[in-house]
Design a protein around this ligand. Structure first.
Ligand SMILES: Cc1cc2nc3c(=O)[nH]c(=O)nc-3n(C[C@H](O)[C@H](O)[C@H](O)COP(=O)(O)O)c2cc1C
Length: 177
């Protein structure tokens, strides 16, 4: 179902300030629950989504580095705030500010993940996030292999955070979430 080559309409859709997109996944990232707002924006039916990997709505212009950071963080038991551009089934896109957290089982193991997304600050996206993601895509695309691409992208983010003496979440908050 994940079709990287589906055409993009370049039409942007926006969440209302009071809209929240919620999904829950199992530990491997397969969608187990989605709320109505998710279906409204993604344009998929529950039958198409439940059991599918979350990359069903992956936008081709999202840097892989961001998802590596997301997965490293939540697998490590921490939460992350991240700006994500998603692609709807028809090729429209919608930016969200995602808050992704692990879902703990009784024996202190991670049994899945939870993501809550709300309308992002569009000034922050235009002024900070898009330039950063464009830079990351450039770095990733100029690397020799997928592995090098992730390493180079990650280095860029870590250097940025080090220069600001901030964690990724602190940077997101400093930009204005
Ligand atoms: C709870 C949760 C929510 C996620 N939400 C999204 C999302 O909204 N959009 C997205 O592209 N990836 C999301 N991901 C990340 C995907 O699992 C995947 O890493 C990403 O789409 C990159 O896919 P790829 O590895 O096939 O390139 C989420 C993962 C988890 C665990």
């Amino acid at each position: 179902m994940h079709n990287k080559n589906a055409s993009l309409t370049r039409v942007e859709r926006s969440l209302a300030p009071d809209e929240l997109i919620v999904t829950k996944t199992d530990a491997s990232g397969k969608i187990r629950y989605a709320n109505r707002t998710f279906y409204k924006f993604a344009g998929y039916t529950p039958a198409e989504c439940i059991g599918a990997q979350h990359n069903i709505i992956r936008h081709p212009e999202m840097p892989r580095t961001v998802f590596k950071l997301l997965w490293d963080t939540i697998k490590g038991g921490d939460e992350i705030f991240a700006y994500v551009n998603n692609r709807a089934k028809n090729g429209d896109h919608y930016w969200v500010l995602a808050h992704v957290t692990p879902n703990w089982g009784a024996n202190k193991s991670i049994i899945g993940y939870h993501s809550n997304r709300r309308a992002p600050n569009s000034d922050v996206i235009r002024e900070h996030i898009q330039p950063l993601y464009t830079q990351l895509l450039k770095i990733e695309r100029s690397a020799g292999s997928p592995k090098d691409a992730l390493a180079a992208g990650e280095k860029h983010v870590l250097d940025l955070l080090r220069s600001k003496d901030m964690s990724f979440n602190e940077l997101m908050f400093a930009l204005g979430v």
